[in-house]
Design a protein around this ligand. Structure first.
Ligand SMILES: *Cc1c(COP(=O)(O)O)cnc(C)c1O
Length: 393
C-alpha cells in the first residue's frame, strides 16, 4: 500500500528515517564504547524492536509494563527507573532487568536485597539541582522541590547517620535534560561531578547513566562534545557509561496523516480534522508546541485576538479536531493553496510521545499504526476498533 492510500487517521513510522537515527546512535556507541538504550516511554512500537536491536544496546523502562515489553520484544540490556516500586513489581523486575535505578535511599534500602539475590545491578538517581531548561518547567527534574533524584544535601545527611546505606550500589543516574544539546550536558556533568564525584570515585561504582533528553539525532547536535563527555567519565572514574534517549531514537521518524472533514468560518477559519491534539498528540497541549506540518508554515502563537488575514495568495487555517473540546487546537498554519474538506494533511515528527500517550476521549477512534519501508511501501501494523475502546472502560 502507498502512503496516499492509507486510511486516516494513521500514524506512519518511517523505517528509513529511523535507520538514519539508529546509525548515528550506533556510531556514538562505536566511538566511545558507551551503551545506548531506547527510553521506551517516548516510542514503544515493538514491531520495530528487531530493527532497533541491531543498532543499540537495549531498552530502558519507566514502569513495569515497559520493562516487560523491553524484555520480551527487544531482549537485550533492560533497565528500569521509577520514582517508586511496589514489592510486587520489584519481584517481577529483578527477573527481567539488568539495572534498577532507585529514586531515593529509602527505596534503595527497601528493595536492594531482592536485587542482590537476583544479581541485578542497582543504582541511585541523583539530582544535581542545576536547571538548564528555560521554558518548560513540567519537564525540569531540577525545578525547586523536585521529587526526582536525591539532592547532595539529603544524601549527605543520610550517609552521616548511616554510612553503609548504599552498600552494594553500583551505579549513579542523572536525568535533567529535555530536547537539549551537549553543551547543556557538559554543564550538568560538571555539577554532577562536583556534587557527587565522591560517590563516582568509589571503587564499587561501575556505571554512570546520563539519562535522556539528549537530542543526538537533531541536525545541529554537537556529537563530538557528547562523546568527549562520555570518554571523560569513562576514563576519570573507570566506569561504563549509559545514555538513554527516547526522542532521539525516533526523532522525525513518523507522521500522523489526517483528513479534513469540514471548514468552519467564524472570524477564524478552522479546519476540522479526523484527528485530535487531545487524543492523538497530547504533547501538543501539554508541552505545548505546534507540530510541523508538511507543505505548510506553522505560526507559533495561537491567539484568537491576533488572528490576521494572510497575505494575498496565502491561506491561513487553524487546525482543530472533531472532539468537543474547544481548546483541542493543534496550531495555526499557512498554506500556498486553499485547503478543502477531503484533503489530507500530514503532521511531521509524530513517532515520539504520540502512540504511547494517546487515548479515546470522546469515543473517537485511535489512529491506525502503519510502517513505511525504505521503498515507501506501507503496511498497517495495528488497527483499533470499537472493542478496544470498550475493553478499557
Ligand atoms: C524521559 C526520560 C528519558 C528519555 O527522555 P527523552 O527526552 O525522550 O530523550 C530517559 N530517562 C529517564 C529517566 C526519563 O525520565
Amino acid at each position: 500500500m502507498k502512503f496516499d492510500e492509507l486510511k486516516t487517521p494513521a500514524y506512519v513510522i518511517d523505517e528509513k528515517k529511523l535507520i538514519h537515527n539508529l546509525e548515528i546512535l550506533k556510531s556514538v556507541e562505536e566511538h566511545t564504547g558507551c551503551h545506548i538504550l531506547l527510553a521506551q516511554k517516548a516510542f514503544s512500537s515493538y514491531a520495530l524492536y528487531p530493527l532497533i536491536s541491531q543498532y543499540i544496546s537495549g531498552t530502558t523502562a519507566s514502569g513495569i509494563f515497559e520493562a516487560e515489553l523491553g524484555h520480551e520484544c527487544m531482549g537485550k540490556e533492560n533497565h528500569v527507573f521509577a520514582p517508586a516500586f511496589t514489592d510486587e513489581d520489584m519481584d517481577k523486575l529483578v527477573k527481567i532487568c539488568d539495572h534498577v535505578v532507585f529514586n531515593s535511599v529509602n527505596q534503595l534500602i527497601c528493595h536492594k536485597e531482592k536485587c542482590i539475590n537476583n544479581r541485578v545491578s542497582f543504582g541511585l538517581r541523583v539530582n544535581p539541582e542545576h536547571s538548564t531548561q528555560g521554558d518548560h518547567a513540567i519537564y525540569d527534574p531540577c525545578a525547586p522541590g523536585s521529587r526526582l533524584g536525591v539532592t547532595e544535601e539529603n544524601l549527605k545527611k543520610v550517609l552521616q547517620k548511616n554510612p553503609d546505606a548504599l552498600a552494594g550500589m553500583e551505579g549513579i543516574h542523572f536525568h535533567t535534560l529535555c530536547e537539549q544539546n551537549s553543551d547543556d550536558l557538559e554543564k550538568t556533568l560538571n555539577v554532577v561531578e562536583e556534587k557527587f564525584g565522591f560517590l563516582m570515585r568509589s571503587d564499587s561504582i561501575k556505571w554512570v547513566n546520563f539519562g535522556g533528553g539528549h537530542h543526538i539525532t537533531r541536525d545541529d547536535y554537537d556529537i563530538k562534545r557528547l562523546e568527549n563527555c562520555i570518554n571523560h567519565v569513562k576514563r576519570t572514574y573507570n566506569v561504563d557509561v549509559y545514555v538513554e534517549p527516547g526522542e532521539a531514537v525516533a526523532l522525525n521518524a513518523g507522521y500522523l496523516v489526517t483528513t479534513v472533514l469540514d471548514k468552519v468560518e467564524n472570524g477564524i477559519t478552522t479546519l476540522i480534522l479526523d484527528t485530535s491534539a487531545a487524543c492523538h498528540m497530547p504533547d501538543v497541549l501539554e508541552m505545548p508546541y505546534v507540530p510541523p506540518l508538511r507543505d505548510a508554515v506553522r505560526l507559533d502563537d495561537i491567539n484568537a485576538d491576533i488572528w490576521e488575514k494572510p497575505a494575498d495568495g496565502r491561506f491561513r487555517y487553524r487546525l482543530s479536531s472533531y472532539t468537543c473540546l474547544a481548546g483541542d487546537i493543534t496550531g495555526d498554519y499557512e498554506f500556498d493553496s486553499e485547503v478543502n474538506a477531503g484533503d489530507r494533511l500530514v503532521f511531521e515528527d509524530m513517532a515520539i510521545y504520540s502512540m504511547v500517550k494517546n487515548n479515546t476521549f470522546n469515543g473517537i477512534p485511535l489512529p491506525d499504526i502503519a510502517i513505511m519501508d525504505a521503498n515507501g511501501d506501507c503496511r498497517v501494523w495495528k488497527h483499533f476498533d470499537y472493542d478496544e475502546f470498550k475493553r478499557r472502560l
